[in-house]
Design a binder for this molecule. Sequence first.
Ligand SMILES: [Fe+2]
Ligand SMILES: [Fe+2]
Length: 397
Amino acid sequence: MARIGVYGGTFNPIHNTHIGIAKAALSQYKLDKVYFLVAGTPPHKSTADGISDFNRLEMVRLAIKDIPYFDIDEREIMRAGKSYSYITFTEYHNEMPEDEIFFIMGSDSLINFKNWVKPDVISEYATVLVAPRAGDDTATIEHAIFECKNMFDGDFMLIDYKANALASSSIRESFYSSDVNKAEVPDSVREYITKHNLYNKYCYSFSDVTRLDEEMKKELKPSRYIHTIGVANMAYSLAIRWDYPPINAMVAGMLHDCAKCISDEKRISVCEKNNIPITDIEYKYPHLLHGKVGAHYCKSKYDVFDEQIAHAIEVHTTGCPNMNLLDKIIFVADYIEPGRDKQPRLDVVRAMAFKDLDMCVYLILEDSVNYLNSNPEMVDPTTIDTFEFYKSYIEKR
Ligand SMILES: [Fe+2]
Ligand SMILES: [Fe+2]
């Protein structure tokens, strides 16, 4: 008979205190294994914070991957319809009838436990282990345990653990502005949050996309507008594939060519007035400046202040060495949106965009360099630098 711990939570994001609590439960209650049961997003909760269920799952996976006895349970994310804990614990009981199940939950959940759907079923199939939260009033928790013990058949016990003052909510609110908060998540989770631009204060909704759609309809020539819609939709799809907040990617796609339909003189004057540096090749071919001017317009004209969006727009024509995830999504979406049909081996490039994003970037750069070689004086040196970077990156990896 095994002793199985199940730690339920939203883990948005998972942080060091979660890991500490699971380790404490494992040793204090001699558990053989702890499953992190990642809760689905309740139907009434907005996902406008840009954090998908898969982001949360992936962070848990990264946080526990090197810790023995820890595993992940995706069933509540994958289950269709409403997901109640009593359903999950009935399943556990049926799957592991010989084993003893322990349900690890936060003290805030315990206080509300009696109001859950069918708490008696849960406590029949699992012993509840209560994880303290920083600032808990011990008397309140002890009273809640006492009350639950009287109300239900099962057992309720406290995990001896001194919780850190930080909770997921404060990490969400100030991840980027606080080194203390950054230090509260495992390294791999910290890298994931940064790469995927999670918990950024600028998070967009579909109403932003429709607002920008109206603006672009007025601003762009019809053919450029159609291309823009193609890029925005392709960016959305690629973002889902590569776990980037998809609406943010759509906003970037929507604005990527916002400075394409203005005169060369205007592009140069916007740069000069705003101290945006202009290279020799950009003076010679000012249309190359539409990325830089577009990035400037994001903030000054369209109220889009996210730095990653501005950067992706700035570099979308040439790319740049070591692009971030959104840079790559916009660079690729611009090249493969459904309206494109002139470029070579587009079917290969399109398929690669969903299999291997870096390889896709490399293929696009290779084709761009081949094309530009027939007009050497038009080649922006950044395109060559980017090509060399990804050539060596692909060879070395
Ligand atoms: Fe462009
Ligand atoms: Fe474009």
